[in-house]
Design a protein around this ligand. Structure first.
Ligand code: NAI
Ligand code: MG
Length: 375
């Protein structure tokens, strides 16, 4: 069967890293005899918005439902389109309308990547952030009143449903259960946020009773971020970390940053029921500060289609991302190995600046592509 992939490059460096993501996938398809079909779309980008006044065409849902997966670059041109418009008008609609309620973000120290934390070796940092992806703090309930007066007031509600909280917790517990250390950390803030976060804690306690073999910790988000920086090591605390939409978002930028750069971090927006297409993307955004220079790190884009499924492989990193999601384990494993080999060589001409080198997107992307082809 042919795997149908909708390619949406988006804006900024999204359009620069996407070609290498696709080329590496094609290389894997060639090396392992997979049938992949790609179709590229210009919507869900600010360029599209400028032309059409909307981020998406009216028939976007029918169009994308014909695909097995969405491969997404990054969106955002903050100088021209406000970020809440560009994000809510496209990507966030995909996540919600396709019920991609799990956002899986693996965080692992890769060989050859300079770790900003002293003394860590590959293997020392290896955890997953499981982020709730459809509700929580990112709600559209609220508004502004008394605008322009000195009583001007804005309110935005956090929404937590039992179904929404339980399904992300269940997923995280099951993931923890399959990991060798069977450890789950819950991000909370029930000392300050006095209604929703105590509820989150309560659901964690309740869910934990179904998984007696999983060790559970909880930390308030403030100290948890400090721990991410000071002791992210596998043998100290972190294995699976589960958080609400906001907390998971913060932790999943911080985690990869602690392993060297967010440029290598992949992310899967998963509809575990496979009723709708899942979406795979790098964690990073459109990076306007480096867009157009050809120096963006393509690894996050490439790896977001190669990461290992926990359902199939209980030991390795990462999040059921594209190839693994569809059961192409050999190809996915080879892709990850190819990336590691290229990074481990540590060639300054190949590594991009965020990893301490002076290489281009092209140099790194092509090095990984040819490594994949050598399998
Ligand atoms: P960002 O991730 O685009 O950039 C943050 C910093 O990391 C910048 O200094 C950038 O140069 C660097 N960086 C990011 N990716 C890199 C890569 N692959 N290689 C090398 N360096 C890299 O986040 P920022 O600046 O907060 O947002 C910029 C725009 O992206 C905004 O419009 C924002 O809304 C959007 N955004 C979109 C996301 C998405 O499409 N999923 C996610 C995050 C932000
Ligand atoms: Mg983010």
């Amino acid at each position: 069967a042919t795997l149908k992939i909708a390619v949406i490059p988006g804006d900024g460096i999204g359009t620069e890293v996407m070609p290498y993501g696709v080329r590496c996938l094609q290389a894997a398809a060639q090396a392992f005899g997979l049938a992949l079909h790609f179709e590229t779309f210009d919507f869900a980008s600010c360029v599209f918005y400028q032309e059409h006044g909307e981020m998406l065409p009216l028939d976007w849902k029918d169009t994308l439902l014909k695909f097995d997966a969405i491969y997404f670059g990054a969106v955002g041109m903050p100088a021209l389109v406000p970020d809440h418009v560009s994000l809510w008008g496209g990507l966030l609609k995909f996540r919600r309308e396709f019920d991609q309620y799990i956002n899986l973000r693996p965080c692992r120290l890769m060989p050859g990547v300079r770790c900003p934390l002293a003394g860590r070796q590959p293997g020392d940092i290896d955890f997953w952030v499981v982020r709730e992806n459809t509700e929580g703090e990112y709600s559209s309930i609220g508004g502004k009143i008394f605008e322009g007066t000195d009583r001007e007031t804005v309110i935005q509600e956090t929404v937590m449903t039992r179904t929404g909280v339980d399904r992300v917790l269940r997923y995280a517990f099951e993931l923890a259960q399959r990991r060798p250390r069977k450890h789950l950390t819950s991000a909370t803030k029930s000392n300050g946020i006095s209604i929703t976060m105590p509820y989150w804690d309560e659901r964690v306690r309740e869910m934990a009773s179904n998984y007696p073999d999983v060790a559970v910790d909880k930390y308030h988000i403030d100290i948890l971020t400090a721990h991410f920086v000071q002791k992210p090591d596998v043998h100290v605390i972190f294995d699976v970390v589960v958080g609400s939409n906001l907390f998971g978002d913060i932790l999943s930028d911080l985690g990869p940053a602690c392993t060297g750069t967010i440029g290598i971090a992949p992310s899967g927006n998963i509809n575990p029921d496979k009723k709708f297409p899942s979406l795979f993307e790098p964690v990073h955004g459109s990076a306007p500060d480096i867009a157009g220079k050809g120096i963006a790190n393509p690894v996050g884009m490439i790896v977001s289609n190669s990461v290992i499924s926990f359902e199939e492989d209980k030991s390795v990193w990462a999040g059921q991302m594209m190839l693994q999601h569809f059961g192409f384990h050999d190809a996915a494993g080879a892709m990850l190995q190819a990336i590691e080999r290229v990074l481990a060589r540590g060639e300054a001409e190949v590594l991009t600046a965020d990893m301490g080198g002076k290489g281009t997107t092209k140099a790194l992307g092509e090095a990984i592509e040819s490594e994949i082809l050598s399998f």
